[in-house]
Design a binder for this molecule. Structure first.
Ligand code: NAD
Length: 498
């Protein structure tokens, strides 16, 4: 028997928002009782009021996190016990999949089908995976000779500040929470002011799963207030940051101005997707290029937003890409068939429309989209847009747009393609499409990016690190490597008398 499709509009109408902070296991208003509007990008209407956390609230949250850490209520539990609690947390997320998915979609505009199929299960899997890992990772004994023993171990750092963006609010939080909590730290999470809802609900579910009070705190608020206070705090040991390169730069300054806390930056991108004439399957390459570009409304750090196509196949390939765009027509995010939802807010929509104007003014040829969509909804939608005839020095090819806008650049040969692909301040992802094995390896080696795909894009697994070269950041989320970020390497020397 088929399960009936939920009436998401009815469920949305029944949502009630509790936007208070979660500090030391309790929901509390901000100390000065200030709030701000949480606006849905689906229709521009106010969803609820969110606590406007500031320095005093961050102080309370960091103090609670430090108390829990010093009391060893979490770090002092055996890894096998922490594992069980993290698994219970992940199970609760899955049990509340519909609720979390709806909050995510209402808050930041992505299609409900993606929230259900990717954001909630991906976040739950991340928490469960790090829970699973912690009683399987061992320390080392160094080969130092008979008269001493040197133990090399990893200890939790203490209090981790986590600051995340709005494009994948739950998933970006989970990528930090998983390794930080699993290794025994306490966390203070500052979600984006544009998408605070799921973070607050996650912290409640973690408490219900048995995470001790004070171990996971959430203070919503603005970047220049709560975010800055957290990143400047003298009692925060590390910052796990995902966001723009502009703010990532500030994170390094804040660390320098305060306690030299570790800073792990996961920043912007302008990823290059290289299609060679010897690609075996141009149709699959076109479908993948469009799908990866327009997924999440193009609001993905790793979106392949610079498409390089070899001249001899360029006309044909551009036609194949344009033919994909009707499949990504902007639609109601609460409709289970929608592929392209709303941009996060009116500001982001105007930024994207501004880039589209810049592309037209710079002489690029707009061959699809290029306009606002669904204005009658009151929400913030932009049609999937493709620019042909771009050069690598245009504003639309150099800057991260963070919307559904693809720039196509034609190239002559391999050297030309590699040089242009690497000519970017960013280095997050890249891809090469070629049926020639040697070319694929040669180009993959030459591309300066944290992840290179061959004949694919968006392959994804929690076991594999994610992060960038150059101004795309220095941290790596996911995989066992991420656990290194939230632990200190400790050596203990023990003298052995002979
Ligand atoms: P943003 O940098 O504007 O904001 C990110 C977070 O930082 C938010 O919580 C914000 O409130 C906070 N913040 C802003 N100013 C601050 C300040 N002065 N001090 C402290 N905190 C501050 O980024 P965004 O617009 O929310 O997100 C989009 C960006 O995130 C894009 O550049 C995208 O590429 C990047 N991103 C990167 C990855 C990755 O893994 N590399 C993943 C997702 C998004």
């Amino acid at each position: 028997m088929n399960t009936p499709t939920p009436d998401w509009h009815a469920r949305a109408a029944a949502v009630s928002i509790d936007g208070r902070c979660l500090i030391n296991g309790r929901r509390v208003a901000s100390t000065n009782s200030q709030t701000f509007d949480c606006i849905s990008p689906l229709n521009g209407k106010v969803l609820g009021q969110i606590a406007r956390g500031q320095l005093a609230d961050i102080d309370l949250a960091v103090a609670a996190a430090r108390r829990a850490f010093n009391a060893r209520t979490w770090a002092g539990q055996a890894p096998s016990a922490r594992k069980k609690i993290l698994q219970a947390f992940a199970e609760k997320m899955l049990a509340h999949c519909d609720e979390l998915a709806l909050l995510e979609t209402l808050d930041m505009g992505k299609p409900i089908k993606n929230s259900l199929a990717a954001d909630v299960p991906g976040s739950a899997n991340c928490i469960a995976w790090y829970g699973e890992a912690i009683d399987k990772v061992y320390g080392e004994i160094a080969p130092t000779g008979d008269n001493a023993l040197a133990l090399i171990d990893r200890e939790p750092m203490g209090v981790i500040g986590v600051i995340v963006p709005w494009n994948y609010p739950m998933l970006m939080a989970a990528w930090k929470l998983g390794p930080a909590l699993a290794t025994g730290n306490s966390v203070v999470l500052k979600p984006s002011e544009k998408s605070p809802l799921t973070a607050l609900r996650l912290a409640e579910l973690a408490l219900e799963a048995g995470l001790p009070e004070g171990v996971f705190n959430v203070v919503p608020g603005f970047g220049h207030e709560a975010g800055e206070a957290l990143a400047l705090h003298m009692d925060v040991d590390a910052i796990g940051f995902t966001g723009s390169t502009r703010v990532g730069r500030k994170m390094l300054e804040y660390a320098g101005r305060s306690n030299l806390k570790r800073v792990y930056n996961e920043l912007g991108g302008k990823s290059a997707n290289l299609i060679f004439a010897d690609c075996d399957d141009l149709q699959r390459a076109a479908e993948t290029a469009a799908g990866s570009m327009f997924y999440n409304q193009g609001e993905s750090c790793n979106a392949p937003s610079r498409l390089f196509v070899q001249e001899s196949i360029a006309d044909e390939f551009v036609a194949r890409i344009v033919a994909q765009t009707p499949g990504y027509a902007a639609g109601d995010p609460l409709d289970a068939n929608t592929e392209l939802g709303a941009l996060v807010d009116v500001g982001q929509m105007n930024v994207v429309l501004g880039y589209i104007e810049a592309g037209k003014n710079e002489g690029a040829k707009c061959v699809a989209g290029g306009v606002q969509a669904r204005p009658e909804s009151g929400g913030f939608f932009v049609a999937p847009t493709v620019f042909d005839g771009c050069s690598n020095d245009m504003k639309i090819t150099r800057e991260e747009i963070f919307g559904p806008v693809l720039s196509i650049i034609r190239f002559k040969d391999e050297a030309d393609a590699i040089a242009m692909a690497n000519d970017s301040p960013y280095g997050l992802n890249a891809a090469v499409w070629s049926g020639n094995l040697s070319r694929a390896h040669r180009v993959a080696r030459a591309l300066r990016a944290g992840t290179v795909h061959v004949n694919s894009y968006d392959e994804d697994d929690i076991t594999v690190p994610f992060g960038g070269y150059k101004q795309s950041g220095n941290g790596r989320d996911k995989s066992l490597h991420a656990m290194e970020k939230y632990t200190e390497l400790k050596t203990t020397w023990i003298r052995i008398d002979q």
